[in-house]
Design a protein around this ligand. Structure first.
Ligand SMILES: Cc1cc2nc3c(=O)[nH]c(=O)nc-3n(C[C@H](O)[C@H](O)[C@H](O)COP(=O)(O)OP(=O)(O)OC[C@H]3O[C@@H](n4cnc5c(N)ncnc54)[C@H](O)[C@@H]3O)c2cc1C
Length: 476
């Protein structure tokens, strides 16, 4: 029988020279978690504080919170969240804030804005009129009724995803076709402009993946059946800062796994701090992976050919958000990118990615939130160029307050989100992809959470973790 000692010894031979020259600290833990974003930070708190398990949390950045981006205005101290904006009150989400004494309110920090639809490729105004708010909300309520019977198949997570013959046909048709089939077109502008646009041209994405970007809880949130909230002060980062304080030295920041050995008896990870170069070895009985299972992220994780065969089927998109500053923007405006063919009321026509989705006034001086939807290969530099080009187009075509050429956007903040929105082809879904994916849960002492294994919302991931934790704890 293999033992943890065996794992440690065999990993030792694989450690790089840096580790061999200075003996790394060795940490023994019940559970080691990789990734301190929504799913990882939440799981770490619950495992340690609610289930009394020792943990270590490995986070590559110098803060927790992942896709949360809180900008703090140096002059006034005002905050603006240009990444995650609000939390759905799924399950016990509000209680989680309360345990850290973070007060929450329903108020959105966004000022009321004038929306201007523009084709960012040409700079021409698009004479597009969305349905009235009441029509949009009625469509979302109807949408919820249509999708409600399928909820347990996709949310939280794919535990009950049906076998090939029982997959609802509607899951696999393009989302635009689905909305048309059920007469839900009036809901499309709201679905798209809130969270649907993350997957790119939402009309063409298979319905089941569009539902992961705007599904049951978002529909409940929009129609008042579920609360949406955010902290009343300090922005969304306030929660993750409080988690960081609480977890203290159990978090290894600026660190990634550089080598690993995973067996059914436990895991051993070599973790390097990229600021100090120090290598720490973590020996744990369970591993929880809370990062996207991309090739880069998985490289040090000792994947077996069959694990890799499954995980490599995922494709991703990239999103980028930032705050740009330029006095020629008209404050109080929300410049929204739609193709000219969306006029006057073609609600299912969207731009293809990569593209800048919008420039949205933040209420802070001349700062606008920019949202850029990339494709699978888009880089941060390309996203910034795209934003500058779209800005130039708006400027040249007279959409902004002055037609001055060669204005440069200055970036007050920028963040790359991705790869995210993990999805696979319809054929792979039919061939049992999600059953194969979930066979990975628990194998080789490794459990998986995060957007690729559940829905892409903070508190839905917490709910997913709540279901996963008892499984992780079995036999521990
Ligand atoms: C622009 C934008 C706005 C959004 N708005 C909302 C919203 O308003 N409400 C909402 O509920 N959801 C929102 N979401 C979605 C939500 O943020 C995600 O669903 C959620 O953050 C995913 O959580 P996660 O734990 O899977 O990943 P993340 O939160 O991205 O966390 C992953 C963490 O792992 C770290 N990491 C990555 N690779 C490694 C590695 N190799 N080693 C160690 N650490 C690593 C990252 O630094 C990060 O901290 C938004 C997303 C985007 C992009």
């Amino acid at each position: 029988m293999l033992s943890l000692a065996f794992i440690v010894l065999s990993l030792g031979t694989a450690l790089p020279l840096a580790a061999a020259t200075g003996l790394p600290d060795v940490l023994h833990r019940d559970v080691v978690v990789i990734g301190g974003g929504a799913s990882g930070a939440y799981a770490a708190v619950r495992l340690r504080d609610d289930f009394n398990k020792s943990i270590a949390l490995i986070e590559k950045r110098d803060r927790l919170g992942g896709m949360v981006n809180t900008y703090v205005d140096e002059k006034t101290g005002a905050t603006y969240d240009y990444g995650v904006q609000s939390f759905l009150n799924v399950s016990k989400a509000a209680e989680f804030f309360a345990r850290f004494n973070i007060s929450i309110g329903s108020g959105s920090t966004s000022p009321s804005l004038i929306t201007e639809y523009i084709d960012f490729n040409t700079g021409k105004k698009v004479d597009f009129t969305p349905p009235s708010s009441s029509k949009q909300l009625a469509a979302i309520a109807k949408f919820l009724k249509v999708i409600e019977p399928w909820e347990s198949m996709l949310s939280p997570g794919y535990w009950n995803f049906p076998q090939t013959n029982n997959i609802p046909e509607d899951f696999l048709i393009p989302f635009g076709e689905f909305l048309t089939k059920y007469g839900l077109e009036d809901g499309a502008p709201l679905i798209y402009s809130t969270t649907g646009l993350g997957v790119g041209n939402m009309s063409e994405v298979a319905t089941m993946f569009a539902l992961q970007s705007f599904g049951w809880d978002m529909a409940r949130g929009m129609t008042g059946k579920m609360g949406l909230f955010s902290p009343t002060s300090g922005g969304n980062q306030a929660l993750y800062n409080a988690i960081a304080k609480n977890l203290g030295d159990d978090v290894l920041y600026s660190s990634t796994v550089i080598d690993s050995r995973r067996t059914e008896f436990g895991v051993s990870l070599a973790v390097r701090n990229h600021k100090t170069n120090k290598v720490t070895r973590i020996i744990a009985r369970r591993l929880l992976v809370a990062i996207e299972p991309t090739e880069v992220n998985m490289k040090p994780l000792d994947l077996s050919p069959s694990e890799w065969n499954t995980l490599s089927k995922f494709t991703y998109s990239n999103e980028f958000t930032g705050l740009v500053d330029n006095a020629v923007f008209n404050t109080s405006y929300y410049y929204f990118n739609l193709p000219s063919t969306a006029a006057p009321n073609h609600y299912l026509v969207f731009q293809d990615e990569p593209m800048v989705a919008s420039f949205q006034y933040t209420g802070l001086e001349h700062l606008f939130r920019v949202m850029i939807i990339g494709n699978t290969t888009s880089t941060a530099d390309e996203a910034k160029v795209l934003a500058q080009n779209s800005f130039n187009t708006l400027l040249k075509s007279g959409r902004l307050s002055k037609s001055i050429r060669d204005q440069k956007l200055s970036w007050a903040a920028f963040s790359m989100h991705g790869p995210m929105h993990a999805r696979v082809s319809v054929d792979q879904v039919k061939c049992g992809f999600f059953q194969d994916l979930y066979k990975l849960q628990g194998a080789r002492s490794t459990w998986w959470t995060g957007g690729a294994f559940s829905a892409n919302f903070q508190t839905q991931l917490w709910q997913f973790d709540d279901g996963l934790i008892p499984k992780i704890l079995e036999g521990l």
